[in-house]
Design a protein around this ligand. Structure first.
Ligand code: PHE
Length: 341
């Protein structure tokens, strides 16, 4: 029995030394030391021994079982260390390898100017109102007091959808005035940015699609002084507190009186330069007191209420603000251009 234990010991130690996987090691433990294991089997035979032999063999068997337990634990520690090394090697991160940079987008320069303008208007108590780009002629022209023969209604200038010229791509943001007045009661104070369309050939200052910001204020007792104060405040916030403005008489069918508003050239401060074509002034927007016919067309009594309106070109504003010489650059979406802003 002593020899049996020695054979078992050598066999077990050799197997433990050779094993290279944790599961195989666990299998060995079960095979030798488990309840039905080989060492246990030897111990079970001890009943057949003489009382003299029993203590010595018992001790030997216990020693063997301890030795194997130790050997297994040691091998387990060895294997675990080895696997950790292998894993660390495989997962090693070389932080010096150049990474792949992610492109971060940014706001389009038009949207930047728009946001700045909206911020100013919201600060003055305006809310934003939007209207559709496909409009009724009635809203784009008739209710805005543009007579049947008005040149802007010409097929050569406007994109119509039907023979009867009922539906069109709006030529201005002014039809939003109509929509707002028909759906809200005064006091009204809205701005309305959006795309507009005209049959223009593309060049450095024209595009068949461009952007306007419309403004409308209707309340009791609104006068031209309110119009001037509001627009001066806007322009001074956009272009600096010292910026001079000029209100020139003009004509729009839907305002009376009407004016165009210029600001002193913010590049040469009025001296005359390439930007203002030597004028010292830059045309910024159209404006006027809402025509009584327009108020009436939209269900508002002109004897009780008055209002002012203005419309400005967002694309032009952007070009002037960022010194952009060609309108096409804004719409071509060449990233080399857009990244600059
Ligand atoms: N809608 C006019 C245009 O496109 C601008 C404007 C708006 C003028 C509001 C006066 C009042 O030219």
């Amino acid at each position: 029995m002593k020899e049996q234990l020695t054979v078992l010991k050598n066999e077990a130690l050799a197997a433990i030394a050779e094993v290279s996987a944790l599961q195989a090691l666990e299998d060995l433990r079960v095979r030798f030391l488990g309840k039905k294991g080989e060492v246990t089997a030897v111990l079970k035979q001890m009943g057949g021994l003489s009382p003299e032999e029993r203590p010595a063999i018992g001790q030997l068997a216990n020693e063997l079982s301890e030795k194997l337990t130790e050997a297994i634990a040691a091998r387990r520690a060895e294997l675990e260390a080895l696997f950790l090394d292998v894993r660390l090697g495989a997962e090693k991160l070389d932080v010096t390898i150049p990474g792949t940079a992610r492109e971060v987008g940014k706001q389009h320069v038009l949207k930047k100017t728009l946001d700045e303008a909206m911020e100013i208007f919201i600060g003055m108590g305006f809310t934003i109102a939007e209207g559709p780009e496909v409009e009724l002629s009635a809203n784009n022209f008739d209710k805005l007091n543009a007579p049947e023969a008005h040149p802007s209604r010409d097929w050569g200038d406007t994109f119509y959808f039907d023979q009867d010229s009922q539906y069109l791509l709006r030529t201005q943001t002014s039809p939003v005035q109509v929509r707002v007045m028909e759906s809200q009661k005064p006091p009204i104070r809205v701005v309305s940015p959006g795309r507009v369309y005209r049959k223009d050939e593309v060049d450095a200052t024209h595009s068949p699609m461009f952007h306007q910001i419309e403004g409308l204020v209707v309340d009791k007792g609104i006068t031209m002084a309110d119009l001037k104060g509001t627009l001066n405040a806007l322009i001074q916030q956009l272009y600096g507190a010292e910026t001079q403005t000029r209100f020139r008489p003009h004509h729009f069918p839907f305002t009376e009186p009407s004016c165009e508003v210029d600001c002193q050239c913010f590049k040469c401060r009025g001296a005359g330069c390439a930007m203002c074509k030597g004028e010292g002034w830059i045309e910024l927007l159209g404006a006027g007191m809402v025509h009584p016919n327009v108020l009436r067309n939209c269900g508002i009594d002109p004897d009780e209420y008055s209002g002012f309106a203005f419309g400005m070109g967002l694309d032009r504003m952007t070009m002037m603000r960022y010194n952009i010489s060609d309108l096409r650059l804004i719409f071509e979406n060449d990233l080399r251009f857009l990244r600059q802003f």
